[in-house]
Write a protein that binds this ligand. Structure first.
Ligand SMILES: [Zn+2]
Length: 494
């Protein structure tokens, strides 16, 4: 593996270079999965024809096989050319290149020059005014990206009109760092386009990607990161580098498998979405892929195999009311804010086996996944003499009636009625709260056992006779301040 700085290569034909990279990956990289040239095609693809053709056409694959590329792009504000019920017959007969958005036209040029017959573009291959078609095709996103011969990423195009093949990328750049990975981080991972939430699953599900940036083209597969103008070959360092995910997580997070999920969920929660209602949708294919790899199930960010730990997410800043009423409040996806998972001290920690994720099948609803899992566990009351005082922007100290520190709380929202707050004990053990909540602490907790708790609040719902509960925060509370010997009714969280 070459890591030393080398003198920049002379400008090359980027398509020759990209074909070389593809060929090397096809023939030499046996240590990661690579795409077949005869993959099952997505339901519809664009047949890009020959380099001289002035039009392309939409092709119904009818479960046929072939070699296809996928385009990752940013839509932008202006409406691009899209496939609709009305445009479908025209698209099937042929779409003149002249009417297409520049980014799409450039993707067609790249596809042709790489010798690939078909191209998949979301805007042109999913019927955009059919909710049914969109739902069906978005469910297939995993295989669409995983089976593609390669992914074309138009990093330098801010929208569909800009295009991404620029004269500047034919020039030798004025600067280049010693390692491709640093350039890659700067030009690809930290680009504005990479802050789109959809990019994360598209990248990790793809076998290999050619990035078109303002600083030249880059290559990423499970074995190598390469760039134009450089002979260096570097290994991908990141968990989400394409093609090896989630296999690469087994050596990155050997001691704590749930960290794969936590790392991805933390990253994803920072990313931008044009429609915030897409939050559980954009990650769902990736969530399924990770769950399958770890032989579990995951829904709305709650991973069944590690569900105790999954529940202990923290908001990065104060949350507003849950945004998505049809997602349980125990899931961070019911909000649209950034979250993180604290470092929990696992030594001597005991998960509470009385807490369970209960599968609840709702029959007769088309929206079957929406409340498939609910959290159920014994409700524990907090000693009535305890009160909380804010100690920092996010953290609250819990004091007993003598003013001694007995816990620390992170409320999800402002204006919590403390008299109504109870908790579900998720785990018991040593406190470890400073590391978990990332707070600096003046005093030490008193000796004894502590509980990692989900704080819940009873809410009366109109026309419902029983009380329901919702999550309002998390905390570590000294067992002496919890009424653990009282009757503890089992509750479920809405
Ligand atoms: Zn490769």
């Amino acid at each position: 593996m070459k890591t030393e700085a080398s003198s920049p290569s002379p400008p090359q034909d980027i398509f020759t270079l990209a074909r070389q990279w593809l060929h090397e990956c096809d023939t030499c990289h046996s240590d990661h999965r690579f795409a077949s040239s005869q993959s099952p095609l997505p339901s519809r693809v664009l047949d890009v024809g020959n380099s001289t053709d002035e039009e392309i056409r939409l092709y119904e694959s009818n479960e046929g096989r072939g070699k296809y590329a996928v385009l990752s792009h940013t839509w932008g504000i202006a409406q691009p050319l899209i496939l609709t019920f009305e445009s479908y017959p025209t698209f099937s007969r042929g779409i003149p290149l002249g009417v297409m958005d520049l980014t799409f036209r450039h993707a067609i040029i790249v596809t042709r020059r790489l010798g690939i017959q078909y191209l998949w573009v979301d805007a042109l291959c999913i019927i955009q005014d059919s909710r049914e078609d969109w739902q069906r095709e978005s469910q297939r996103m995993e295989s669409i990206f995983a089976m593609a011969y390669c992914r074309i990423s138009s990093i330098s195009a801010g929208n569909t009109q800009e295009g991404f093949l620029r004269p500047s990328i034919q020039e030798t750049p004025l600067y280049s760092s010693i390692k491709n990975n640093e350039d890659f981080r700067r030009d690809v991972e930290q680009s504005l386009q990479a802050s789109r939430a959809w990019i994360l699953p598209e990248r990790t599900l793809s076998t290999r990607t050619i990035y078109f940036t303002n600083k030249g083209i880059y290559w990423e597969c499970g074995s190598t990161i390469r760039r134009e103008y450089s002979d260096q070959i570097n290994e991908p360092q990141d968990l989400i580098s394409s093609s090896r995910f989630p296999m690469n997580s087994t050596h990155l997070f050997r001691d704590c498998q749930c960290q794969t999920f936590e790392d991805i969920f933390e990253k994803y929660s920072c990313l931008r979405l044009t429609k915030s209602t897409d939050r559980p949708v954009a990650i769902s294919t990736m969530e399924r892929a990770m769950a399958r790899f770890y032989r579990t199930q995951s829904l709305f960010g709650i991973v069944l195999r590690f569900f105790h730990k999954s529940l202990l997410w923290q908001p990065f800043m104060r949350l507003e009311q849950p945004k998505f009423q049809n997602i349980p409040t125990s899931s961070w996806m019911s909000y649209d804010h950034r979250i993180y998972y604290g470092i929990i001290c696992m030594d001597g920690l005991e998960w509470n086996e009385d807490v369970q994720i209960v599968s609840r099948t709702e029959t007769g609803t088309a929206n079957r996944t929406m409340r498939q899992y609910i959290l159920a566990g014994p409700l524990v009351r907090i000693h009535p003499g305890c009160r909380t005082e804010r100690s920092s922007h996010m953290a609250w100290e819990m004091k007993d009636r003598n003013g001694a520190l007995v816990g620390c709380i992170i409320y999800d929202q402002e204006a919590i009625n403390e008299d109504k707050v109870g908790c579900i004990v998720i785990a018991e053990g040593s406190a470890g709260w400073k590391e978990f909540a990332r707070v600096s602490w003046r005093e030490d907790f008193p000796p004894g056992r502590f509980s990692y708790c989900l704080l819940v609040e009873g809410t009366r719902v109109e026309n419902v006779s029983f009380e329901t509960y919702r999550r309002v925060g998390i905390g570590t509370i000294h067992n002496g301040s919890l009424l653990l010997n009282e009757r503890r009714p089992t509750i479920s969280l809405s």
